[in-house]
Write a protein that binds this ligand. Sequence first.
Ligand SMILES: CC(C)(COP(=O)(O)OP(=O)(O)OC[C@H]1O[C@@H](n2cnc3c(N)ncnc32)[C@H](O)[C@@H]1OP(=O)(O)O)[C@@H](O)C(=O)NCCC(=O)NCCS
Length: 228
Amino acid sequence: MNRKIWIFLCLIGLAGAVYWRLVATGRLADQVVITYYATAKDAPLSSKQYEDMVEVYHGCFEEARETNLRNYLKSKSQHESVLGNMNVDKRVEQIARDIRLESFQTFKERANIYIGMLQESVVGFYICNDDHALEDNGVMISTLCVDAQLRKKGLGSKLIQSAISNCRKEGRPLSLIVDSYRSNLISMYEHFGFVLREPEHPFPDDFDHFDKVYMRYEPKASVVPDSL
Ligand SMILES: CC(C)(COP(=O)(O)OP(=O)(O)OC[C@H]1O[C@@H](n2cnc3c(N)ncnc32)[C@H](O)[C@@H]1OP(=O)(O)O)[C@@H](O)C(=O)NCCC(=O)NCCS
């Protein structure tokens, strides 16, 4: 009897998980409306919504940026003694603080941004950067971000597919860069048709490009996204 109840409860749990994976999360992504703005300041957002959007941005990139910055500075002090005895952690803290303080203003100037809204809330965004250092004629998807509270629900996939449709320009390579150690994320991009490649030009020597790999969109027929 106890065993039967246990099996019954497991089945209910399994059905719930399948429902959540297939139905509920799908609906959530379906409800997200993605809109283009020439710059982020053109988005009709209240100050509170704008502040929340910048917080979403920090939630996506602050930690990874600090890790990259720390590793970049360490690599410099080891190999070139550029920083001498300066305390890397303090430098990282200071630079991260400066970036955070400036980001409220600088985010407003972000160009070619697509913002995903779920009702009144910004839940994610991406940028089509059509003037970057790695390809003369390329467009790069950058700043792809989903609110940390809402990940693993299909929003990122929706944004990536939208970015592929909206950033791609006829005859111009579409690309992105990603931390070399984030193998799951690299696999996710491969799933959507991106392939690890060498960029046309070498990575600039700065922390934004440190320890990154370059991926170019070269889809097989099966992964070309449906129009959204
Ligand atoms: C990357 C990101 C946009 C994905 O958003 P998401 O809403 O969680 O994505 P999805 O729910 O559509 O997940 C898509 C698939 O990728 C996987 N995935 C999602 N986030 C992942 C991550 N950070 N690392 C590895 N795999 C990830 C999911 O498990 C899912 O796989 P599945 O279809 O087999 O279940 C989100 O994690 C994010 O904003 N991260 C911080 C910012 C960032 O790293 N941006 C990318 C810079 S290159």
